[in-house]
Design a protein around this ligand. Structure first.
Ligand SMILES: Cc1ncc(COP(=O)(O)O)c(C=O)c1O
Length: 662
């Protein structure tokens, strides 16, 4: 691979200064060139051009702004030059557009520094003094800044350790893959996984690689770089997904009996967190678009009313964006929660890429969230299970968090997952903007092309929203494409099957009348083209038969009879979901569920522990059991081949209702 390119932009209205700087940087770059990247300097003469360059140039990483830009703009803007922005203002705008850019100011004297520090200090990486004119010295500092951003301390150490070929007298038992080599039975696994991956499967017995459970070395450094990149005070790597990350935060923030406001349609891990923490949930009903079978946000009015009604709640948790890409206008909600002292957790499992493109921002952290969980593996390039927990809570209790983190973390984490988080952060910082810009272009093209089939249609924000949230400032992540298929005459299962078996295309998920595709930083033009060709062929095979729309009667929440945790820890009794006649078993109506019953995907519970079972819920579960392919139903017990629900016995119900009525 050729070395990567890093562009350095000089912004000055003084052409002589720009010319001297460019020549100086060019000579210095030839002498200082690092192995990993080449630096190329370019100049523009005003703020508009600088902003345009930042939008267009995905290789831009460094900007040097001449402070004199300000005085010139105030005295006499040169003819033909666009708006000349004050240096501090430009720095702030660049920062708002692309927070990963490193911005430096070229100053005249210390007074200028004080003025600009006051206005834009947070946006800036540093200053140089014009009078010292030292392009080589300055470039040295700029190169060091980029080198720090693209450093991968954990991955580098792992590489070095593996390359040094130490004999393994420790776990794991396969000892760098030696157990597979030469085996007549399992050598194929070695061939499949590969030498490096097996050599890199190390353990906590290797002190050089730090410890995920007590990071003080290369893992701590990698986490610090991630915090900087994602705009958090602290970032923690998690090797058991956002599922575990959510539970860790719940256990840290909530003691048994603490009140919690949560979107009822949060991921199942959040509901598991309710059980583990023993919290008292106040459920907020999110919207459901019945036409497409898609869950949306909780209406803003509902969230604000809940905050007003429960100022004693400790925590509010929301999912933003949702699986289908709907994201809240979080800032006013978070401000209202903070005003009464409620901490806000945002599950950004599907939104880890947002920080790296202005079309996707603001992120939850930028809106003021205290805790954010992200499945770095879902939309960035980390391995499956690799997630991050970001913390901005000013009252963060790190010791308590650590205890809870360590309660859930394996003492043998997979080291390649940690390395993949380190590398995914580097990639997001160094080329996230460029790759996401490409994905967004692909997403627009795909929308147009799929719509042009005249049979399939990509749903827009307006299609996905219901009236309750239409004026809540909800936005759509354009990299998640939901395609309406009902005009095609195919049903969703048939289309999925056709896409995989004939076109080798695996999609993310479907509802009864939609397919959802994810575009990520890895989406390429040829993949887009293959998908479009497939959709076009399928559109041509449009069927005349009319699909009777099976609107999913997703049942609403009933009520809690007791705390979820109390129901979960009772022995309960198991009752068959279907009676002998194959119909929903009436013996379950009005009983209290002990487990959470979750169709997966999307992983949103139909029943939570402690919830009263209604006829509608039963009928829905029975239909799910008989129905849609590709959906697992978590939480059912199978006894003698039949699905059972674990419910409280009559005596347990009476006892718990007396204690804690929900
Ligand atoms: C909203 C939401 N939160 C959390 C998770 C769990 O993430 P992970 O797969 O990283 O454990 C998911 C998974 O689909 C999800 O959709």
């Amino acid at each position: 691979m050729p070395p990567a390119t890093v562009h350095l932009l000089v912004v000055s209205a003084d052409p002589a200064l720009s010319a001297r700087l460019l020549t100086g940087f060019e000579h210095a770059a030839a002498r200082l060139a690092p192995a990993a990247f080449v630096i190329q300097a370019v100049a523009v003469s005003d703020g508009d051009a600088a902003m345009a360059t930042a939008v267009q140039d995905g290789d831009l990483h460094l900007v040097l702004i001449d402070h004199a830009l300000r005085s010139e703009s105030l005295t006499e803007p040169a003819a033909g030059v666009g708006t000349v922005w004050p240096a501090a203002d430009l720095a702030q705008r660049l920062r708002a557009l692309r927070p990963e850019l490193s911005l430096y100011i070229l100053l005249d004297d210390d007074d200028d520094k004080l003025a600009i520090e006051g206005q834009a200090g947070e946006a800036l990486s540093g200053y140089f003094f014009r009078s010292e004119h030292d392009p080589e010295g300055w470039l040295r500092i700029l190169i060091a800044e980029v080198a720090e951003k693209c450093d991968t301390p954990f991955f580098d150490q792992l590489l070095e350790y593996v390359a040094s070929a130490k004999d393994s007298w420790h776990t794991p038992g396969h000892a760098g893959g030696d157990a597979f080599k030469g085996s007549a039975w399992v050598a194929d696994f070695h061939g499949f996984v590969g030498e490096q991956m097996l050599r890199a499967d190390l353990s906590v017995s290797v002190p050089q690689l730090d410890s995920l459970l007590h990071p003080v070395g290369v893992i701590a450094q990698a986490q610090d770089l991630a915090a900087e990149a994602f705009g958090a005070r602290k970032t923690y790597f998690a090797t058991n997904g956002t599922s575990t990350s959510n539970k860790v935060i719940f256990q840290t923030l909530l003691a048994p009996g603490d009140k919690l406001l949560l979107d009822r349609n949060c991921h199942k891990s959040v509901h598991h967190g309710v059980i583990l923490s023993g919290a008292r949930p106040v459920y907020l009903d999110s919207t459901l678009n019945r036409r497409w079978g898609i869950f949306g946000p909780v209406p803003r009015a509902t969230v604000l009313a809940a905050i007003a009604a429960h100022p004693d709640a400790k925590v509010l948790i929301l999912t933003s964006c949702t699986y289908d890409g709907l994201r809240y206008d979080l800032a006013p909600i978070i401000a209202a929660a903070h005003a009464v002292g409620i901490k806000v957790i945002v599950d950004e499992a599907w939104y880890g890429h947002a920080r790296f493109h202005p079309e996707l921002r603001p992120t939850a952290l930028e809106c003021g969230a205290d805790y954010v969980t992200q499945s770095t593996h879902k939309v960035l390039s980390a391995f499956s299970q690799a997630s991050m927990i970001h913390v901005n809570d000013p009252e963060f209790d790190e010791h308590l968090f650590r205890e809870n983190f360590n309660m859930h973390a394996s003492t043998s984490p997979q080291y390649t997952l940690i390395a993949s988080l380190d590398v995914a952060r580097k990639q997001a910082v160094m080329e996230g903007y460029k790759l996401l810009s490409r994905s967004l272009v692909h997403a627009r093209e795909l929308r147009e092309k799929i719509n042009a089939t005249g049979v399939f249609r990509v749903l827009e924000l307006d299609d996905l929203l219901t009236d309750e949230v239409r004026h809540d400032g909800v936005r759509l992540d354009p990299t998640k494409l939901t395609i309406a298929i009902d005009a095609s005459g195919w049903d969703a299962d048939e289309l999925r099957e056709e896409l995989i078996s004939r076109h080798n295309i695996q999609i993310e998920k479907n509802t009864h009348n939609t397919l959802t595709l994810l575009l990520t930083i890895a989406t390429t033009r040829s993949k887009v083209s293959r998908l479009f060709d497939a959709m076009l062929r399928l559109a041509k095979k449009k069927r005349e038969r009319r699909i009777t729309p099976q609107l999913p009667e997703i049942p609403g929440f009933t009520r809690l009879a007791c705390l979820p945790r109390d129901a979960f820890y009772e022995a309960g009794e198991r009752i068959a979901l279907l009676g002998d006649d194959g119909r929903p078993n009436p013996a379950l109506v009005d009983r209290v569920c002990c487990d959470q019953i979750v169709p997966y995907p999307p992983g949103i519970p139909v029943l939570v522990a402690g919830q009263v079972i209604s006829t509608e819920v039963l009928a829905y579960l029975a239909r799910l059991l008989a129905g849609q392919k590709g959906i697992d139903l978590h939480g059912l017990a199978t006894l003698e081949g039949r699905a059972h629900l674990r419910v409280l016995s009559e005596a347990e119900t009476r006892r718990l209702q007396g204690r804690d009525g929900g």
